[in-house]
Design a protein around this ligand. Structure first.
Ligand SMILES: Cc1ncc(C[n+]2csc(CCOP(=O)(O)OP(=O)(O)O)c2C)c(N)n1
Length: 619
């Protein structure tokens, strides 16, 4: 076994190039074995094994910096940079992070998880190095996928890099897929390049001819140079990147270490912005993932022999949203659905299959998704943008300026709101209550269970104003209380008690009801209120509900600071003890572990309330 001897990229460099295919195969087996138990981003990581080996073989990391976009393709990077032993505990509490973490390894330059930022980060490092030079300059390589390239941020970085003319190296790893099939004009363009590598050979011959055969300084050379430029436009595959100011190299076979290493050695020694295009296969080396790369993009645990995934059949909130939207779309032909590259994750795949002409996958372009939805709404449609809470952060400005300010009836459905399992700090949906709570004209709701989710989606689509609803990545609950008809800003009282009132939001309704049962056994009698709305809130109604209660608590699955409870306290001008999350980035763990860590499960809630009522201590 070669892998056993490798504890750092220095050990990797002791191998000769002929040994690298065997190492790649050992790394693949290790990745498949671990991810089959832990779940994780299998297909992208399998696709990037040789690329990772070649990069570490040619660079001097961590001195040289590799900036991986997103970080979901970095399992081989983790294994080669001293984390092979810990790799068994991938995505577990106290184990290795799902993406990259600056706190985990010196080889992870930034903590990342959101797409399309690598070029900007890398360019900042290069420009920074120019102003603050080191004794020995370090190389900076950004590794991006064709999916990342559909994000505007990536273009902004490339545009700026060409202009600054810095020594930046970008590796573009194309595999025709984002999570779902990659979309957009640029994706078509890249596919054309891949299918016609002859162009590149033509370009090389042309360059060689111009440089070697024509006398320096001659008119003929000048003419030929002009001619070469003109011809490039016709024949050079990466003309798009060349026009942006990059030298384009490729496409190279991204699964051939020898080719990659020879190309990297040559190209890394050049100057200026360079883009190296490598072509890989998602899921490479594991047949089930090669066949179904979308399913294996981020997979739950699976059986290695069959590729069968170990999934529970219980419907999730995503499933409930997905089915309800279909039912509503059947009755209302103006409903259209938009995703930013996550049709499966958001549950919009069913809508896509049934109403392809009313469905839009805009690529990893959240800002555009929300802006585009505003345009659709202005044209008389009822757009539903389904998006993960954490990724809506990318589109905050568009939500304010293009949706709310225009008072357009766009419905935003925030999946993965609250604490999320395994993906770690970059993917927590814990900021939305704060940032949505600030937006004028926006109605914000959080369902307590699946029936309420259905009611809220229907309600949002009937409103003639912007609306958002948030729900967690979890099994859908079916709580046994009869739901009142939804009315703007109006809460529902679920249980009356005399000792304290607990105003719960969305996912916190169930553990609050359970906590009230725990406390009832200890002689504490709680009122439990399901707020349903984050905003607007019917002030008089809330005041009436809590007027006879000596103590009031709020609870939310989000940051307390600037969140639901603190806003409620401000609105009611009364003291409310706010339970929720501290101002922090929750580290990797399962959702249940995180809820318990922050006292947001039934036991934790009961304990906190009891402590406060008995000793006036807020812990
Ligand atoms: C801002 C943002 N939106 C969505 C995602 C979810 N996401 C993670 S990886 C990925 C696809 C990336 O595709 P690509 O860059 O081509 O890499 P590949 O997986 O194909 O190697 C997406 C959409 C994300 N991480 N960040």
């Amino acid at each position: 076994m070669l892998l056993e001897k490798i504890n750092s990229p220095l050990d990797l460099k002791k191998l000769n190039i002929e040994q690298l295919p065997q190492l790649a195969s050992e790394i693949r087996s290790r990745i498949i074995e671990v991810v089959s138990r832990t779940g994780g981003h299998l297909a992208s990581s399998l696709g990037a094994v040789e690329l990772t080996i070649a990069l570490h073989y040619c660079l001097n990391a961590p001195y040289d910096k590799i900036i991986w976009d997103v970080g979901h393709q970095t399992y081989a990077h983790k294994i080669l940079t001293g984390r092979n032993k810990d790799f068994d505990r991938l995505r577990q509490a106290g184990g290795l992070s799902a993406f990259l973490s600056k706190d985990e390894s010196l080889y992870d330059v930034f903590t990342t998880g959101h797409s399309s930022s690598a070029v900007s980060l890398a360019l900042g490092l290069v420009a920074g190095q120019r102003i603050n030079p080191q004794d020995e300059p370090f190389k900076v390589v950004a590794v991006i996928g064709d999916g990342a390239l559909s994000g505007g941020l990536c273009f902004e970085g490339l545009n700026n890099a060409g202009h600054l003319n810095e020594d930046l190296i970008v590796i573009l790893n194309t595999n025709e897929l984002s999570i779902a099939p990659n979309v957009g004009a640029l994706s078509n363009y890249l596919n054309k390049i891949i299918s016609l590598p002859i162009y590149n050979r033509f370009r090389e011959s042309l360059e060689n001819f111009v440089k070697t055969r024509l006398p320096k300084g001659s008119r003929l050379l000048k003419l030929a140079n002009k001619f070469e430029e003109g011809l490039k436009g016709l024949f050079v595959p990466g003309i798009f990147f060349e026009e942006l100011g990059f030298r384009y190299f490729g496409p190279f076979d991204g699964h051939n270490c020898e080719i990659l290493i020879s190309a990297f050695r040559n190209i890394f020694s050049l100057k200026g912005p360079r883009l190296i295009h490598v072509v890989t296969k998602k899921g490479k080396g594991y047949l089930p993932a090669e066949k179904e790369p979308i399913k294996f993009h981020s997979s739950p645990p699976f059986e290695i022999a069959s590729g069968q995934m170990k999934k529970t059949d219980a419907p999730t909130y995503t499933d409930i949203f997905s089915n309800k939207l279909l039912a509503l779309a059947e009755k209302n032909q103006w409903i259209v659905a938009i995703t930013a590259a996550m049709p499966e994750g958001t549950g919009l795949d069913k809508f896509r299959d049934k109403y392809p002409e009313r469905f839009f996958d805009v690529g990893i372009a959240e800002a555009h998704a929300v802006c585009f939805a505003a345009g659709l709404a202005k044209a008389g449609l009822r757009p539903v943008v389904a998006i993960y809470s954490t990724f809506l952060q990318r589109a905050y400005d568009q939500l304010i300026e293009e949706v709310a300010l225009q008072e357009l009836p766009v419905v935003i459905c925030l999946d993965r709101a609250g604490l999320v399992s395994a993906d770690g700090p970059t993917h927590q949906g814990i900021f939305d209550l704060g940032y949505l709570g600030q937006v004028p004209h926006l109605v914000v709701m959080a369902p307590a269970d699946q029936e309420e989710l259905e009611m809220m989606l229907e309600f949002a689509l009937e409103l003639n104003q912007p609306a958002a609803l948030r729900y967690p990545k979890d099994k859908a609950r079916d709580l046994p209380f009869k739901k009142d008809i939804l009315s703007l800003g109006v809460p529902q009282v679920l249980k009356k008690g005399k000792d304290a009132a607990l105003i719960a939001l969305g996912s916190m309704v169930e553990p609050s009801l359970e906590a009230s049962e725990i406390l009832a056994k200890q002689g504490i009698d709680l009122t439990v209120i399901n707020s349903r709305f984050v905003k607007p809130l019917e002030k008089k109604m809330f005041l009436a509900l809590i007027q006879d209660t000596p103590c009031v608590f709020s609870i939310e699955e989000g940051l307390v600071r600037g969140g639901f409870g603190s806003t409620l306290a401000q609105l009611l001008q009364t003291k409310i003890i706010n339970l929720g999350l501290p101002e922090d980035f929750p580290s990797t763990a399962s959702r249940q572990e995180l809820l318990s860590r922050y006292g947001l499960d039934s036991q934790g809630i009961a304990q906190k309330i009891k402590l406060y009522l008995k000793e006036k201590v807020y812990a």
